[in-house]
Design a protein around this ligand. Structure first.
Ligand code: HEC
Ligand SMILES: [Cu+2]
Length: 318
């Protein structure tokens, strides 16, 4: 980011993914021009070369087919387009496959700021500290309208949608301070929903974590809520209601009453709490009430972190 806060036309690239996105963009630009320039010139040249010189010219056109030529200008661009399709599909797939050991951070978008919560209980607003060279996964919820977390120097962006959990991940290589934006028009002060991504050397980051005042670790806050909200009354060990135990649920396949099987990721856990009737676990009655208007986004994040902590499979390191 430049000192005046503006995003340069071509921001710095600070991850391997950002370099690949740049290569794709430049390659695609080159392809478009390679195809468009000869056609543009041919249109102008033929227009001039074969212009009608006088009224007597025979208007009947004769057509000499050149099959190989006609086939080639269909097949070659098609293959080139497929190359770019495959290339970008592979990049897109990477975006949706975070490494299992990624460090996790929770983000909440709201009009008009970004709130971040580290698993250890460190909270920040409009600034996100991350270690360099390590995979980081941001798990996001919106408190009000659709926002979009945009990290231009990492070339990634992901919508943050109310009532749904989305995530993105990255591995930033160069320590420094970069821009963090909202890329979805979200109301009058949208343009002020900006912040800073601070990439730190791993040791400096650990020191920052240790030196930052931490609230209750997320999973502990979630555990307290789990009791306060009465979840434990049904999901607890000796509950009167028959409800599934939540230990070891995270990332496990769950068979649903509809016959489908889904993986219990953050999105499923959030959906189960906000819209329990939408995905009922096979073999159980749909008696769980919705907590849609009961829990705030931060409470939801804490509950999800708690359920994840029960499985020992979460990537968080406190
Ligand atoms: C009235 C009893 C009841 C309460 C209170 C309740 N649940 Fe449930 N919950 C159930 C039942 C029954 C199911 C299984 C049927 C279904 O999926 O709706 C379930 C399913 C779930 C699932 C999916 C479990 C799986 O194995 O896939 C999650 C996650 C969950 N509840 C979390 C919570 C949380 C968090 C709270 C508190 C905010 C809560 N529940 C409160 C009864 C309850
Ligand atoms: Cu926004």
């Amino acid at each position: 980011m430049r000192a005046d806060g503006a995003i340069p036309v071509w921001p710095e690239a600070i991850s391997a993914h950002a370099d690949s996105v740049d290569a794709l963009a430049i390659g695609f630009f080159a392809l478009i021009w390679t195809l468009a320039l000869p056609i543009g010139f041919a249109i102008v040249w033929f227009g001039w070369r074969y212009r009608r010189l006088n009224e007597d010219v025979d208007r009947k056109q004769r057509h000499h087919g050149l099959t190989w030529l006609e086939l080639s200008w269909m097949i070659v661009p098609f293959l080139l387009a497929l190359v770019f399709f495959t290339w970008s599909a592979l990049l897109f797939r990477d975006l949706h496959r975070p490494p299992a050991d990624a460090r996790e951070v929770y983000a909440i978008g709201l009009q008009w700021m970004w709130k971040f919560e580290h698993p250890g209980g460190q909270r920040e607003i409009n600034t996100l500290h991350v270690p360099a060279g390590e995979p980081v996964r941001v798990i996001m919820n919106s408190q009000d309208v659709i926002h979009s977390l945009y990290l231009p120097e990492l070339r990634i962006k992901q919508d943050v949608v109310p009532g749904r959990t989305t995530s993105l991940w990255f591995r930033a290589d160069d320590p420094g301070s970069y821009s963090l934006r909202c890329a979805e028009y979200c109301g009058v002060s949208h343009s002020r929903m900006v912040g800073e991504l601070v990439v730190m050397a791993p040791a400096a980051f650990e020191a920052w974590l240790a030196g930052t005042e931490a609230g209750l670790p997320l999973a502990r806050a979630g555990e307290a809520l789990f009791r306060e909200l009465g979840c434990s009354g049904c999901h607890g060990a000796n509950a009167a209601v028959r409800a599934p135990g939540l230990a070891d649920l995270y990332r496990r396949p769950v068979p649903l009453a509809s016959g489908e099987t889904v993986i219990a990721d953050e999105r499923y856990l959030t959906d189960s709490i906000l819209m329990p009737e939408s995905q009922v676990v096979a073999g159980y009655e749909p008696v769980m009430p919705s907590f849609q208007d009961v829990v705030t986004e931060s409470e939801l994040v804490a509950l999800v972190a708690y359920i994840k902590s029960l499985s020992g499979r979460e990537g968080e390191r406190e």
